[in-house]
Design a binder for this molecule. Sequence first.
Ligand SMILES: *Cc1c(COP(=O)(O)O)cnc(C)c1O
Length: 351
Amino acid sequence: MPYSGVINKYLEYLPFKEDVQPVTLLEGNTPLLEADNLRKELDAPCKIFLKFEGANPTGSFKDRGMTVAITEAVRKKAEAVICASTGNTSASAAAYAAKAGLQAFVILPKGKIAIGKLAQALIYGAKVIEIDGNFDDALRIVREIGDKTNVEIVNSINPFRIEGQKTASFEIIETLGTSPTHHSLPVGNAGNITAYWKGYKEWASRKHTPLPKMLGFQAEGSAPIVHGKIVEHPETVATAIRIGNPASWKQAVQALDESKGQISIATDSEILEAQRLIARTEGIFCEPASASSVAGLIKLIREGYFTVKDVVVCTLTGNGLKDPDTASRGIAAPLSAPASLLEVLNLMNIK
Ligand SMILES: *Cc1c(COP(=O)(O)O)cnc(C)c1O
């Protein structure tokens, strides 16, 4: 059977009946790549796999949750859908709403969205409203609109989002033949770490697979869970995890406790360095937030946290093409030469 999206693939694990009509762009089924070059470069004892969620239709893992949330919104006959977003949720909501023939409304923190993500929301036909405030302010407004109207919230506080996102765990287990020993993720609103843990637990209870330890990483300037305290003015180059008051805070702490995992910090410079390292060694261009899963992994490797028996999966949550500005800042500009064979050969420095 041809692949037909995460709802059809994992229907028995999702809160739908057989007759569901999925709104899908054929999300999921993303590459799980063994990162041997990265392993060598880091002199890591453990195996490292990268789950590249940037290969989803709108370029981030949000599509797994959005197919489920928008399918449910259509089933419930919602009038429209709305989300607050640091960028990727809005791109995904706008695309799936377009496919469903629903209007999407997007509330964004002004000036803090990567350019590619904003362009996506607009071209898919969402009505985009920028507010003078941060993500947490945007989410507060969205929650109130959801309470007062028949407009469906498709942020990760919508449980259908989490249901869809947990399918990434299923794919990993099916590809590896078992669970990894550790799973590393960036943490913003903490919906994704909650979803992965739910997925690992549900698969384990049916198929008796072992449970991994969950490893979460927040950016230094927006690390409320690490510090156990709301951050009023979160700051980081990794805009997708620029969150001061995570919506799924409690569930994330539960996932970390139950799995005997841990959450810690990656600095902006560690994040950007990891982003370039992943690109240079493995040929994968992920966005800064995504690279925090590898930045954190690098620290733990240096602390001697892993053994040769360990198999670590890092989720690369989104596609680097969404935020070319940030990526270009840290790298050398192109060389330039006159249109002359000799001059070009000279610059190539090949004998
Ligand atoms: C949304 C997002 C995150 C954070 O996920 P949460 O579920 O909010 O913790 C990380 N990286 C990217 C690229 C994202 O779009």
